[in-house]
Design a protein around this ligand. Structure first.
Ligand code: ITT
Length: 191
C-alpha cells in the first residue's frame, strides 16, 4: 500500500493522525495546501468532496479529516464553522459566550474520508465533555485548552498526543477508517 496523503495544513492534526496510523502499520504523509473546502454545514459532505477533488488532482491515496466543536448551550455552535470562529472569536470569545452558562456540555465531532484504489471509505468519531471556565494547558491546538473529555480531569491541551488519542473524536474516526481499510471492501463505495 503506498503512503496515504493526509490533506491538511494543520501539523497538530497530522501528528495525531500519524500517531494512530502507527497502531495499524499504515504509512501517512502530510499534503498541505490542497484542501478545497466546499461550503456546507455537514462535515461528512465537506470531507467526501474535498477528498474526491484531491484524489482527482493527485491520483494517489487521499485522506481528509474535518472536525468541529458543538456546544449544547449554543445549539451546536460553532460546529462546522469552528475554523472561522476560532480565527475570529478564538478561545476567549467562546468563553465569553459561555459566561454564566451552567450547562457546559459540548462534543467534538470528526468526519474522515479516504479514497484509495477507486474506493471511498468514510467514518465519523465523537467525544463529549465539558467546556472549562478558563483555558488550561499548552499542548494541542484550537479549542483544546477549554475542553475536558468525559472521564478525565485534564483538558486536551494538558495531554500528550497519545493521551488525547485515547479519547478524541479524530482518533476514533481514524481508527474506524483504518479498520475498514484493512478489513477491505465492506462498506466501500466504488468510484
Ligand atoms: P485543515 O482544514 O487544514 O485540515 P483546520 O485546523 O482548519 O485544518 P478543521 O477544519 O478540521 O481543521 O478544524 C476546524 C477548527 O475546529 C480548528 O481550527 C480548531 O479550532 C477546531 N478543532 C478541530 N479539531 C480540534 C481538536 O482536536 N482540538 C481542538 N480544536 C479542534
Amino acid at each position: 500500500m503506498p503512503k496515504i496523503c493526509v490533506v491538511t495544513s494543520n501539523t497538530h492534526k497530522f501528528d495525531e493522525i500519524s500517531d494512530v496510523s502507527r497502531e495499524y502499520g499504515v504509512e501517512v504523509e502530510m499534503c498541505p495546501g490542497l484542501k478545497l473546502e466546499i461550503q456546507s454545514d455537514n462535515l461528512e459532505d465537506i470531507v467526501l468532496k474535498s477528498a474526491l477533488l484531491a484524489y482527482l488532482y493527485l491520483n494517489k491515496p487521499i485522506l481528509v479529516e474535518d472536525a468541529g466543536l458543538f456546544i449544547n448551550a449554543l445549539n451546536g455552535f460553532p460546529g462546522p464553522y469552528s475554523s472561522y470562529v476560532y480565527k475570529t472569536l478564538g478561545v476567549n470569545g467562546i468563553l465569553k459566550l459561555m459566561d454564566g452558562v451552567t450547562n457546559r456540555r459540548a462534543c467534538f465531532k470528526s468526519a474522515v474520508a479516504l479514497v484509495v484504489n477507486n474506493r471511498v471509505l468514510s467514518a465519523q468519531g465523537e467525544v463529549c465533555g465539558v467546556i472549562t471556565t478558563y483555558p488550561r494547558g499548552q499542548g494541542g491546538f484550537g479549542f483544546d485548552p477549554i475542553f475536558i473529555p468525559d472521564g478525565e480531569s485534564r483538558t486536551f491541551a494538558e495531554m500528550s498526543v497519545s493521551e488525547k488519542n485515547k479519547h478524541s473524536h479524530r482518533a476514533k474516526a481514524i481508527r474506524k477508517i483504518f479498520e475498514l481499510l484493512l478489513n477491505v471492501n465492506h462498506n466501500a463505495t466504488y468510484l
